[in-house]
Design a protein around this ligand. Structure first.
Ligand code: HEM
Length: 462
């Protein structure tokens, strides 16, 4: 198999203590270079760990879906005893993951989502009022900050039962944690974080704790107090916490497990959705035709339904295509990993992956590959019309992953993104403020794809 020559001591990896290029872009460069030479896959080294980068979509399909049993784990680090918040669905492996996924799947049925919908609409009203205030003062909005407040409020309300209104209380503890949690966990350049990435087993051996103690204490006590308050006062709410509490009554969850799994909704659900919405708004601000088409659709659907209902959001077809195209150009999870848990022969080749090999799926590379998406730097929601989608290999579009480990919050993420964008586009017109750099620079230090600087947009009346 072709491979990139490793150099001591980093292998083919970039120095993790001095990140100068976003990891998704780096993998895209390798993907482009080897694809141009006609290769379907390539070997890499992260420090001394062998890794395998996939180029051919058919191999991606086998790994993520058809032959999933060889690739059940993601290879992220968790240590349930010393670092209780790390024992969540994203990190767990093998049977522990399988059992938890089975228990949590009912959390995202359409019935449960409908139940939470009114909380989302309430957060949407606060978003509209906040943007209106900025419009009246003739100032631009920082889309990242505004939408960060919105998704913080949504997750606060739907996962923790809190009424945050981050717009009125920008310095509330919950919003402050929203800002730092992701950064502290994913930008960490401690030796422990590097060891955990290179070898989760070694990190386990040294009992490494990645979650800062103050974050663990905040979330553990928040969940403990909420559960105690609801039980003592017979309070029943329509949120994730309630669903987990109902499961807990069947003795399926400890308080630590409940905290870890509400925490992961915070970790996996908040920044992914807010960056998606910020990029979508930025693209629409650059493309008034697309923005107007979305506004016309939103108005027509709302006229038909009379109100912003769950069913109405599901009818925003073109807005859905705008979100799909945004996730193609700016997938928050720009690369995905799997661990080969049993020796695996790549079908129709003489390549065998050893147990323990890390597999990298270069989502950003696939999404910006001109073979699948001609003129890939161009924002074009029509790529996602039913007819055009049917012409493509399904495994060249993976913003939520695929197979049994696909994002469990996919429908929730799409629903909150479409709802927030519909409210904004219906009520305001957006254009790019001169302070915004075009094209947007990607933050090299973040593990998820996000803008390095604020995205300033001017807001006008419709
Ligand atoms: C636009 C929004 C979102 C995007 C782009 C996104 C993307 C992803 C991706 C790429 C994965 C990895 C999938 C794989 O390895 O195949 C993932 C997993 C996950 N996501 Fe999301 N996500 C979003 C929203 C959410 C929300 C709102 C929640 C929860 C409320 C959530 C919870 C999770 C969890 C728990 C996992 C781990 C699933 C497992 O391992 O079984 N995500 N997400």
């Amino acid at each position: 198999m072709p491979y990139q020559k490793p150099r001591f001591p980093l292998g083919t990896a970039e120095n993790p203590f001095a990140r100068t290029e976003f990891i998704g872009c780096r993998m895209k460069r390798i993907y482009d270079e080897y694809k141009a030479k006609g290769f379907k896959h390539i070997g890499l080294y992260f420090l001394s760990s062998p890794s395998y980068l996939v180029i051919e979509p058919e191999y991606v399909k086998n790994i993520m879906s058809r032959d999933f049993r060889f690739f059940t784990d993601r290879g992220t680090y968790s240590n349930e005893k010393s670092d209780p918040l790390s024992g969540h669905l994203f990190n767990l492996e093998g049977d522990k993951w399988k059992n938890l996924r089975y228990k949590l799947t009912p959390t995202f049925t359409s019935g449960k989502m409908k139940m939470m919908f009114s909380s989302l609409v309430q957060c949407g009203k606060q978003l509209k009022d906040a943007v209106d205030c900025v419009r009246l003062s003739n100032a631009p909005i920082d889309a990242k900050e505004v939408l960060g407040c919105f998704t913080t409020d949504v997750i606060g309300s739907c996962a923790f039962g809190l009424d945050c209104n981050s717009f009125l209380q920008p310095n509330s503890e919950f919003r402050e944690y929203g800002k730092i949690v992701f950064t502290e966990l994913t930008k960490s350049r401690s030796i422990g974080a590097v060891v955990a990435m290179a070898s989760p087993k070694l990190a386990q051996f040294f009992n490494i704790v990645l979650t800062p103690r103050h974050i663990t204490n905040f979330f553990l006590s928040l969940v403990k107090e909420t559960v105690r308050y609801r039980k003592d006062n017979d309070v029943v709410r329509k949120d994730f916490m309630q669903i987990l509490m109902d499961l807990q009554d069947g003795a399926q969850f400890s308080i630590e497990e409940m905290a870890a799994n509400t925490f992961v909704f915070f970790l996996a659900g908040f920044e992914t959705s807010s960056t998606t919405m910020s990029f979508a708004l930025y693209e629409m601000a650059k493309n008034p035709k697309i923005q107007n088409r979305v506004r016309d659709e939103v108005n027509a659907v709302l006229e038909k339904h009379g109100d912003l209902t769950y069913e109405a959001v599901n009818e925003f077809k073109y807005l859905g295509q705008v979100v799909d195209e945004t996730l193609r150009m700016y997938p928050p999870g720009a690369l995905m990993s799997r661990i080969c848990v049993e020796e695996y022969k790549i079908p129709d080749t003489d390549v065998t992956l050893d147990k323990g090999t890390r597999v990298i799926i270069p989502i950003y590379g696939l999404h910006r590959d001109a073979e699948y998406y001609p003129n890939p730097e161009h924002f074009d929601p029509d790529r996602f019309s039913e007819e055009n989608v049917a012409k493509r290999h399904p495994f060249v579009y993976l913003p939520f992953g695929a197979g049994p480990r696909i994002c469990i919050g996919l429908r929730f993420g799409l629903m909150q993104s479409k709802l927030g964008l519909a409210i904004l586009i219906r009520n305001f017109q957006f254009s790019v403020n001169s302070k915004t750099k075009i094209p947007i620079e990607i933050d090299p230090t973040n593990l998820i794809l996000s803008a390095k600087d604020p995205i300033w947009l001017d807001v006008h009346d419709v």
